[in-house]
Design a protein around this ligand. Structure first.
Ligand code: ATP
Length: 306
């Protein structure tokens, strides 16, 4: 009886851990309780990355049949470079990251990484190639160590500490009475927005993904934290293919490519300088943010003023 009980009990633990990990991932994307409609295709192969060039090819997408969200979205992020996407609230920016992570399949067109259609690779390999620093980091009701190790379950304590150091959160953790064993999350210690983002950065550093998605926080951090986090992100984005979903234009002025999304269409693209010179929507948003730096792009779409 005991012989049977132990393996079953062990399986139960593994099952709970897997279920928790899936739930955590979905919470990161705010997808809990929604249908999981994507499955590995028969014969799916692991993704093989070589620099990780990302390509959206004529992508059309709708969450619901009656309302199309993306229209003919066509762009590439060359391997190891940063592309930022800006646009008003609801224009479809976060949808791009959900599609790249394959939480949904596109209705038309395709998304590929190093030439491999993401529908033809295993989801596990796809998701391990992509690291996400989300807008609002979800902390699980567990220790801060677990929360960092979540980036790569099974990591050694040394690696966790190295990631925390690189994300400038190690000293803070050490200052807590229980150090890395401190319970955080809704039922534990509440961390500030900046501290939570540092945990997310540490997780991502541990995961060491070829592709990085950074969904900039809409609620501005204090400017010192903001600058420190921007500097760290630049560091982790170096040599990784990076998609930044930006709310403050000042943080992305040096991206190799900036795209402006408006009602699900790419309406402008270029560098900061070329977009300012074009005097279109981007230039207008820039002027507006220069005048009122605390303002984000969360307000309803501005019609192009003539
Ligand atoms: P924000 O800057 O406010 O984060 P966004 O540009 O990232 O906005 P998305 O989150 O991509 O916008 O959403 C684009 C559109 O898709 C919105 O109109 C939104 O209401 C809709 N949408 C998002 N998620 C879903 C969903 N799960 N089901 C149906 N519609 C959705």
């Amino acid at each position: 009886m005991i012989q049977l009980y132990i393996p079953l009990n062990f399986l139960g633990v593994i099952y709970r851990e897997i279920k928790q990990a899936l739930a955590d991932m979905e919470r990161l994307f705010g997808l809990l309780d929604q249908n999981r409609e994507v499955a590995d295709s028969p014969g799916a192969q692991p993704l093989a990355t070589r620099g990780a060039r990302v390509e959206f090819s004529h992508v059309e997408f709708s969450y619901e049949a009656k309302r199309q969200i993306l229209f003919d979205v066509d762009f590439a992020i060359p391997a190891g470079t940063t592309t930022a996407v800006v646009g008003h609230s609801g224009s479809g920016k976060s949808t791009l990251s959900r599609l790249l992570f394959r939480f949904y399949d596109v209705n038309r067109g395709s998304i590929s990484i190093d030439g491999q259609d993401i529908r033809s690779v295993t989801q596990a390999s796809l998701r391990s190639a992509i690291g996400i620093v989300p807008q609002d980091t979800v902390l699980f009701n567990d220790t801060i160590e677990y929360n960092i190790a979540y980036g790569k379950p099974g990591s050694s304590k040394d690696d966790i500490v190295a990631a925390a150091r690189a994300a400038s959160i190690h000293d803070f953790i050490e200052s807590l009475p229980d150090g890395y064993a401190t319970m955080v999350g809704e039922r534990g210690l509440k961390l500030s927005g900046g501290e939570k983002q540092r945990v997310a950065i540490a997780r991502t550093l541990l995961k060491n993904p070829a592709i990085l998605i950074f969904d900039e926080a809409t609620s501005a951090l204090d400017s010192k934290s903001e600058q420190a986090i921007q500097a760290q992100l630049k560091e982790i984005a170096r040599n990784r293919t990076t998609l930044v979903i930006a709310h403050r234009l000042s943080t992305i002025a040096d991206a190799q490519q900036i795209m402006v999304l408006d009602h699900g269409k790419i309406v402008e693209r270029g560098t900061h300088g070329s977009l300012l010179a074009a005097q279109g929507l981007y230039a207008q948003m820039w002027e507006r943010q220069q005048a009122r730096p605390e303002e984000e792009l969360a307000s309803p779409p501005l019609a192009l003023q003539s």
